[in-house]
Design a protein around this ligand. Structure first.
Ligand code: PA5
Length: 442
């Protein structure tokens, strides 16, 4: 399902990696053990097995029973409460679907709100909604995060004005089973709800209703995604599985001064996957003044921006190439031309996909020769099943790598600091002293 090629690591990193695999596997045993130290945080590990398929069935039933006709889905959430759904949607649906819906009639546009506090962006989105019959999926595990809460207050008002009593049938909430403002609000208004399990944190929740509800509403094949994840989780018990070697190689590279990991891929549809991946690793590992800094590169686009730094800048990067044996619908050839004015005859009748793959390999060798150790991860086929497998693979890799590095991979205490300052600056009750201290400093 996934192959990890470490031929382009340095010898020193390879050796260090080998001695870390055992430690990585011990971390895995802690995750796998339902009574282990991470038992309140590792619900994502066996979620497909335990609840995933039954939850999917409930979601499908809910969608099939909807009386409301809708032609757009609006997901409201931030961080782990939207990035996974956005990553899967972008990777699995045609890129130009909103401009040309006939590209796939089963897929509805899926838009997102609640990830920023930009008035302009919210205003523009409201204008777009006017052109559609929207279905709204509001997602917040805590139910109290400011950005989605503000966005949802705007959308609630919009939906109630537009649909009156029927608005509540066009809104579904994904939140904690009992706690938080969104749960209370849903109870009061009668919104349909799905639950974010207690033992699954936001960035590990894409395979729960957090990702499944918006994706299923939009028509994405979530069944195959769940199967792919389930199969991947089952195979990762093997000590020789790529996940253990990848997690160990990351930590080995970090220990040798490679403090930045670039995830490089050559499909534009994976840009949002890169955002999901960055949040997963960044929020899980960036603690106690340490952690690998995750960045993502789209090839060949970014070779004309960050490529220079990767090739020749400070030697603090190691690179993980994300590749696929098959990309569906990738049949285009470079046309032949009678003249050779553009000097491209050497590429004539060559598949574009082949040139793209060659560009990846050419870059890998150039970067390696320039002093960047490279990990190659190859998945089977860029489709829903593989996407589920990729979510499972990177979730486990992240947890293992974080545990090996000595941090708590499932909390995010650092995110609270800006929130407190914002509460104080905007006059929230209980933050008066902080507000005064901030005012003195500004
Ligand atoms: O990974 C995480 O836990 C975070 O990124 C959260 O998903 C994010 O802060 C949103 O939180 P919530 O779902 O509680 O609104």
């Amino acid at each position: 399902m996934v192959h990890c090629d470490l031929k382009f690591l340095t010898d020193a990193i390879s050796k260090a990696k080998d001695s870390l695999v055992e430690k990585t596997y011990q971390a895995f045993e802690q995750i796998e053990n339902p009574e282990g130290p991470w038992k309140n945080f590792a619900g994502w590990y066996d979620y497909p097995q335990k609840n995933g398929f039954s939850e999917l069935k409930a979601i499908k039933q809910y969608i099939a029973g909807l009386d409301e006709k809708y032609n757009l889905v609006l997901g409201i959430g931030i961080g782990g409460s939207y990035l996974g759904a956005q990553a899967a949607y972008e990777a699995l649906t045609p890129r130009y679907i909103t401009i040309k819906p006939s590209l796939n009639k089963n897929i509805k546009p899926l838009m997102f709100m609640g990830q920023d506090l930009s008035a302009r962006s919210m205003q523009e989105l409201l204008e777009v909604l006017d052109q559609y019959e929207p279905m709204v999926c509001v997602i917040s595990k805590s139910g109290t995060t400011t950005e989605p809460a503000v966005a949802f207050r705007i959308i609630r008002a919009y939906m109630e004005k537009r649909y009156g009593d029927q608005a509540q049938n066009r809104i579904v909430a994904v939140t904690d089973k009992s706690k938080g403002a969104l749960r209370q609000l849903s109870q009061k208004t009668g919104y349909k709800t799905f639950v974010v399990p207690d033992d699954i944190g936001g960035r590990f929740s894409v395979l729960t209703p957090v990702g499944l509800v918006p994706l299923a509403l939009a028509g994405v094949d979530v069944e195959s995604m769940m199967q792919g994840a389930d199969q991947m989780f089952a195979t990762m018990k093997d000590k020789n599985h790529a996940v253990h070697h990848y997690a160990a190689a990351r930590q080995a590279a970090y220990a040798q001064g490679k403090k930045v990991e670039a995830l490089s891929f050559s499909e534009p549809s994976l840009v949002k996957f890169g955002e999901w991946w960055k949040q997963l690793f960044g929020e899980s590992e960036g603690k106690n003044r340490k952690g690998i800094l995750p960045m993502s590169l789209l090839f060949t686009t970014d070779l004309h921006s960050m490529g220079q730094y990767a090739q020749d800048g400070e030697r603090i990067i190691f690179e993980t190439f994300l590749k696929f044996n098959q990309i569906p619908d990738a049949q285009l050839l470079v046309p032949s031309a009678e003249d050779d004015l553009d000097e491209l005859s050497y590429l004539q009748m060559q598949p574009i996909q082949k040139i793209n793959a060659a560009a990846m390999t050419a870059t890998k060798i150039a970067h390696y020769d320039g002093g960047l150790p490279v990990i190659d991860l190859t998945f089977e086929r860029l489709d829903a099943k593989t996407m589920g497998g990729m979510f499972a693979f990177f979730e486990l890799a992240c947890a293992l790598s974080g545990i090996v590095s000595g941090v708590h991979p499932f909390d995010q205490p650092g995110v609270e600091d800006y929130k407190k300052n914002l509460f104080a600056m905007m006059g929230r009750k209980g933050f008066e002293n902080l507000a005064a201290r901030l005012k003195e400093r500004l």
